[in-house]
Ligand binder design. Structure first.
Ligand SMILES: CC(C)(COP(=O)(O)OP(=O)(O)OC[C@H]1O[C@@H](n2cnc3c(N)ncnc32)[C@H](O)[C@@H]1OP(=O)(O)O)[C@@H](O)C(=O)NCCC(=O)NCCS
Length: 176
């Protein structure tokens, strides 16, 4: 079955005036300021933080980097300087299975191609995220064939406590 969009979806790079709204809508349970950090990547010219909007409501996001990831295990096999990298993708629960992630990824691929990237890649939970894997496979991404690795990242909860989360992932990629 095809994902069906029965409403108007707009995909645009994030703007600084939207960041508080993005934090409120997507990340009410953390003080990590992830949306600010992703916007900083865009401000430094290292990528684009793409937001999907339904009217004035942000409903999905993906961070596109012009190169990456900066991870020794991937860099051993992939020339990351010619490969765009997708991360931090999510669709609001109420808007899932309507083609939003698909539209965000297609726009990211278009921008990466225009920037001269010849490949695009991403990391996905190797066993704990079959839904996301299915999404990427449907869009033509294939497993890189070099096994799994562990990634970790820091977060700050609403009480200001810091913690670390980690996930076993695999790398998937696609020629642009
Ligand atoms: C993964 C995620 C981003 C998908 O977003 P989405 O907007 O619902 O995706 P789409 O509607 O574009 O889905 C396209 C295809 O992906 C696959 N897919 C997506 N979600 C699926 C699910 N829950 N179950 C099975 N297949 C799924 C399907 O093949 C789907 O096509 P179909 O609906 O025509 O069958 C969303 O589920 C999400 O935010 N998950 C939590 C965060 C996350 O895991 N992010 C990815 C980290 S790598």
């Amino acid at each position: 079955m095809m994902s069906e969009q029965v409403f108007t979806l707009t995909i645009k790079p994030a703007e600084d005036s939207q960041l508080d709204l993005l934090e409120e809508e997507f990340s009410p349970d953390t003080l990590s300021k992830s949306h600010y950090k992703r916007y900083d990547v865009q401000k430094r010219g290292e990528g684009v933080y793409l937001i999907a909007w339904h009217d004035h409501t942000p409903v999905g996001h993906f961070l596109l980097r012009w190169s990456g990831p900066d991870d020794a295990r991937v860099m051993k096999y992939v020339d990351v300087t010619h490969s765009a990298f997708l991360e931090a993708g999510a669709t609001s629960v109420a808007y899932r299975r309507k083609g939003i992630a698909t539209a965000l990824i297609r726009e990211a691929e278009r921008l990466a191609r225009a920037k001269g990237c010849t490949q695009i890649g991403l990391s996905v939970g190797s066993t704990d995220n079959p839904d996301a894997k299915r999404l990427y496979e449907k869009l033509g991404y294939v497993d890189w064939g070099h096994g799994e690795f562990l990634i970790s990242w820091e977060y700050i909860d609403t009480h200001g406590n810091r913690g670390t989360e980690s996930e076993v992932v695999t790398y998937m990629h696609k020629r642009l």
